[in-house]
Design a protein around this ligand. Sequence first.
Ligand code: ARG
Length: 475
Amino acid sequence: MSKKTSSPASPPSAIWGGRFAAGPTELMQQINASIDVDRRLYAQDIAGSKAHCKMLVRQGIISKSDGDAILDGLQKVLEEIEDGRFPFSRSLEDIHMNVEARLSELVGEPAGRLHTARSRNDQVATDFRLWVREALDRLDRDLVRLQAVLIDQAERHADAVMPGFTHLQTAQPVTLGHHLLAYVEMYGRDRGRAADCRRRLAECPLGAAALAGTSFPIDPHSTARDLGFERPCANSMDAVSDRDFALEYLGVAAIVGVHLSRQAEEIVLWCSDGFSFMRLPDSFSTGSSIMPQKRNPDAAELVRSKAGRLIGALNALLVVMKGLPLTYSKDMQEDKQPVFEAADTLALAIPAMAGMMEGAEFDRERLRQAAGRGHPTATDLADWLVRVLGLPFRRAHHVTGRLVRKAEARGCGLEALSVEEMQAEETGITDAVYGVLGIDNSVRSRKSPGGTAPENVHRAVADARRRFLKRPPGD
Ligand code: ARG
């Protein structure tokens, strides 16, 4: 960096420059400026300013003609930014001062009245809430689409038998539809968390001004309404201080990231040669530059990894906020980057998961073979001994264990043992036992509420469509 770094720049041109004899050094400008990040708040900043301006006119705090000039100018600024014609400037620090400075160039003196009864502190808190509110709505839309894709696949494979795992060891047969609907529930709760966050975020900080409120006769209820908030914040110091709405958004994002990551890991496993349960569509697979036969699940691996960024973003803002005394401190300017990064990450990862799952093909034969390995119906046999013969479960567990040993020694499944072989371990066993052995019988019998039976899955699909796909966002 040049000498400029350490020497003060010439006369102060900043909006707050009145009390300073010299301007900031270039390094100071660099560390202070947030425009490269917070320019993404431009639409919210202008919407907030328009609402504030209209309120000032309604309350007789500024004149109607000044108000009209300001609204006109703000609209022009908005158009300039959207057309890519806006001259963003780092020396104007942030989006608020960039917009205000340009407004002043466009409309002259009235622009200086917009900041009456307002501070950048309540301004940024408002803008950011508006931005996070939109991000929550986007998140909800993306999650609904992912749920819809999963529900369709679950319906297609309501009766496809596959191994259910604990410890990644075959445990009991389940249906693929049931497995996929497990994720539909998780994403459903993620949407619920987003809706909760949106509800708490519905308070408008405008009117808090710097921290203490204002002596002007403002009407914060009307600005709140205008901007789609339910009410103004109840406490001006809280209004400019807290960023818990951003933390909650990041908390939701991190949990979504963890859910996506677990599902992505299953895709990676299920596409591997050892499992070969599924195949990703070509549109979501990549090849190897050296091994022509390879078909890599890169998208799934990347979705798996994105949880790292999302958890990191939550962590970053929690650490920024901890220990900050009331009210505003410049530390809080660091709140936007993690939120923007989380939103960008989710905007890629959720549609990528939906795309992978929409085109995924499952090898039902292979799933069925895998489900039959490792005596997965041993629990069904033990349950039968309890239900039909009245054995205590512990004894039934023991008898079943001995029968599993027998089957293992013969290299066959439990259903291939003869009834005599079984009676050698427990005299009461009859032919009726075969009704619960075999993987299809096993899954068909699991009809308890929330269980894996195909008939349950069909009902659960209809239920999930009703619960998750017909609801307005944010409800
Ligand atoms: N760019 C600032 C931020 O994002 C705006 C608020 C500045 N307020 C202040 N008192 N310096 O936090």
